[in-house]
Design a protein around this ligand. Structure first.
Ligand code: F6P
Length: 533
């Protein structure tokens, strides 16, 4: 059986790491003045500079060999054509179909899925236009002013991140709110500010069975009934994005207002489906389609560009170098753009729920590290919080810097400061405080050692299209890493376990159950005491 870590390429990469571990990134530029040109590329409105990595040309060649020797070509084709690659859940993985703007059918189980995708797109178009134009009325005849998305995980993070990122395109008379946490103060705080007569709730849940979302949805429904209309009016104020039509209708949502999607759309890959309804409501249907276009263009690039010019493949290989050979445990995401402040949380779920796995697709334990811990926050705030550790701490953390080039009118000076701060940081991480001189650094124990790697991703502008391309880029990066590690990036049994035990505990909180471990029994007794007052 093929064992990744025993392969000739893997072993060669290990040797290369030992040979290059003390290389200075800065020296790579001295040795090759064309390094920036060679190690940067543009795809549509995105530009990636990956030259400031501790990756020599030999290392890059070997990493590309790793990709060439993996099942990437085959698995990529399988994903796009709807083969069952989510083997543990026995499903295809077809978020790419949701943004497929090409002609022609896409057969899944002998059925072309494109007509139903187009039907749902049309439903999103009609509905978003009706709400945005004011044609859609609440129970008292008033137009909608506030939209509340109730969902969690993939049914929250994608639309939440995108609506905030694209805030400047938002309909001026609509406000958006996202409720996810089962902590009741989250929904309470949102409801307090709203008028039920002008509020629309979107219950976003693939399964319509997630505890947090159902509790929040029922609280919202109760609030609506207590403060406004009756049962017959619920349909004018609640819609759903779900694969579970029956449960949504039992909740009181009209059949025509359940926005369908399908089992083959993973939660964390679902912002392109009807889970993206808040995005269409906020920026308009054309903006939503522009976002799909950006993702579609990135899909085409991922499918067709040779690996050495393929942005997601290169980003995936760089990540593998740090995780599997250089011993990095984490990956920092630092957008120098306040509008992208939710991006680190979104990418955290995308990456960690996908590649946080320790068995391969055959269920065998792996003997190598898989997905990194993904974290981060916006610059320049991060500079005054965690950057100190990145500069001088004992951890080795590769960083993705992300920014858009185009300033907002009226704050050009801020934008200039923002971009120069980012470039200064990327430079400082590489050269340290003593520049070229290793000797000087050794003399001054308080100097910054430098040689800390980063990528810089520049968007021409933060538009719906470029955002779509950016998210698709990271989706494919995660996919490529999953293929090379030979894991299933599309299941999440750990999360399911938590959901199941939460259900069991809440059902049995009144029993003195011996089935739980001693600590859980003790804590349950303690909670019972205090909860009962
Ligand atoms: O976090 C696990 C998960 O299953 C995600 O994949 C999903 O996005 C989220 O829970 C919410 O599930 P649902 O959309 O079914 O409410």
């Amino acid at each position: 059986m093929f064992q990744l870590t025993r392969s000739v390429t893997w072993q060669a990469l290990k040797r290369l790491y030992d040979e290059t571990a003390n290389d200075r990134i800065r020296d790579y530029f001295n040795a090759d003045p064309q390094r920036f040109e060679k190690m940067s590329l543009r795809v549509g409105g995105l530009f990636l500079d990956y030259s400031k990595h501790q990756i020599s040309s030999d290392v890059l060649d070997k990493l590309l060999e790793l990709a060439n020797h993996s099942a990437l070509v085959q698995r990529r084709a399988q994903m796009f054509s709807g083969d069952i690659i989510n083997v543990t859940e026995n499903r295809p993985v077809l978020h790419t179909a949701l943004r497929n703007l090409g002609e022609g059918p896409l057969m899944v189980d002998g059925q072309d899925v494109m007509p139903e995708i187009q039907r749902t797109r049309e439903q999103i178009k009609q509905f978003s236009e009706a709400v945005r134009s004011g044609e859609w009325k609440g129970y008292s005849g008033e137009r909608i002013k506030d939209v509340v998305n109730i969902g969690i995980g993939g049914s929250d993070l994608g639309p939440n991140m995108a609506c905030r990122a694209l805030l400047k395109y938002r309909h001026p008379d609509l406000s958006f709110h996202f409720v996810s946490n089962v902590d009741g103060t989250h929904i309470q705080k949102v409801l307090k500010r709203l008028d039920p007569a002008t509020t629309l709730f979107i219950v976003s849940t693939k399964t319509f069975s997630t505890q947090e979302t159902l509790l929040n949805a029922h609280t919202a429904r109760r609030w609506f009934l207590e403060n406004a209309g009756d049962d017959a009016d619920v349909g004018a104020h609640f819609v759903a994005a779900s694969t579970n039509l029956k449960a949504a209708m039992e909740f009181g949502i009209r059949e025509e207002n359940v926005f369908e999607f399908w089992a083959w759309v993973g939660g964390r890959y679902s912002m392109w489906s009807s889970i993206g309804l808040p995005i269409a409501l906020s920026i308009g249907y054309d903006g939503f389609i522009a976002m799909l276009e950006g993702a579609y263009e990135m899909d085409q690039h991922f499918l067709n560009a040779p690996f050495h010019d393929n942005m997601p493949v290169l980003m995936a290989l760089i990540g593998i170098w740090y995780i599997n050979f250089a011993g990095a445990e984490t990956q920092a995401i630092v957008p120098y753009d306040q509008a992208l402040h939710q991006l680190p949380s979104f990418l955290q779920q995308l990456d960690m729920e996908s590649n946080g796995k320790s068995v391969d697709i055959f269920g065998h334990p792996v003997d190598y590290k898989t997905g990194p811990i993904v974290w981060g926050q916006t610059g320049s705030n991060g500079q005054h919080a965690f950057f100190q550790l990145l500069h001088q701490g004992t951890r080795y953390v590769p960083i993705d810097f992300i920014a858009s080039l185009k300033p907002e009118p009226g704050v050009e000076d801020h934008h200039f400061a923002l971009l120069t701060n980012m470039l200064a940081q990327a430079n400082a991480f590489m050269v340290g405080s003593q520049g070229d001189s290793k000797e000087l650094s050794q003399l001054d124990p308080y100097s910054c050692p430098g040689n800390r790697p980063s990528s810089v991703l520049l968007l021409d502008e933060l538009t719906p299209k470029n955002l779509g391309a950016l998210i698709a880029l990271y989706e494919h990066k995660v996919f490529v890493q999953g293929v090379i590690w030979n894991i299933n990036s599309f299941d999440q049994w750990g999360v399911q376990l938590g959901k199941r035990i939460a259900g069991e505990i809440s059902e049995r909180i009144d029993e003195r159950s011996q089935d739980f471990d001693g600590s859980t029994q003790g804590l349950l007794a303690f909670v019972r005491q205090h909860f009962d007052g």
